[in-house]
Design a protein around this ligand. Sequence first.
Ligand code: 3PG
Length: 212
Amino acid sequence: MLDMVKTLGDAKIIPVIVIEDEAQAVPLAKALVKGGLPVLEVTFRTQAAAGAIAAIRREVPEAVVGAGTLLTVEQLKAAKAAGAAFGVAPGFDPAVVAEAKTQDLPFCPGIATASELSQALTAGCKMVKFFPAEAAGGVKMIKNLLGAFRFTGVKFMPTGGVKPTNVAEYLAVPEIICCGGTWIVPKDALAVGDYAAIERLAAEAVASAAAS
Ligand code: 3PG
C-alpha cells in the first residue's frame, strides 16, 4: 500500500484534474510527469474519471494516480477498482473513510474546522485536505488549527484557491506537506490538447514549490 504522506509530501504539488475525455488522460499524465509533477489527482466530477485513472495506471507507470472528489462509498469503490493509488475527498464522511480502510486505499478526507479535523483523527486519518483553503481562512487558519492539533502529527494538503502566487506561503509551514490545485491543468489548455502549456505550468509549479 502506498505511503501517502511520503509520496504526496515528496511531490509537494498535486495537480487536481477534471477530465472530460478519457483519451486525454495518457498525454496529460505524460506532460505532468515530464514537467516534474508525477503525483496526480483525477477528480470524480466527470464520467471519464475511472477510465482516465485506469488508462494512466496502465500506460504511464511513472505517475502515481489517485482519485479525488470521492463523495460516496460507490465512487470510492469505483476508484479502487480503476487502480487509484490513493483517494481524496473535499469533506469528511465517516462511511467513506471506513470503506477506504476496508478497501486498503490510503485516504485523505477534507476538513475545514477543528471539529472535522478532530473526527478525521479519531477515524485514523494521518493527513487531511484543508478545503476550500483560501475561502476557509488560508495559511492563517491552518496555523491556528496547528496551535491545538500539532501534537497529533496531522499533515495538511490545502486545496481551493491555491495558486502560484500563494503556494510558497503554504509550503513554508512544515505540517503543510503538499498543496493541490487545478491551475496546472487549465480547462482551455486541456480542451485544445495543449500539453506543452501544461508541461510548462507543471515545471513552473515545481519551481514555485522549490522557492518555499
Ligand atoms: C479541489 O477540489 O481540490 C478544488 O476545486 C481545487 O481548487 P482550485 O480550482 O482553486 O485549485
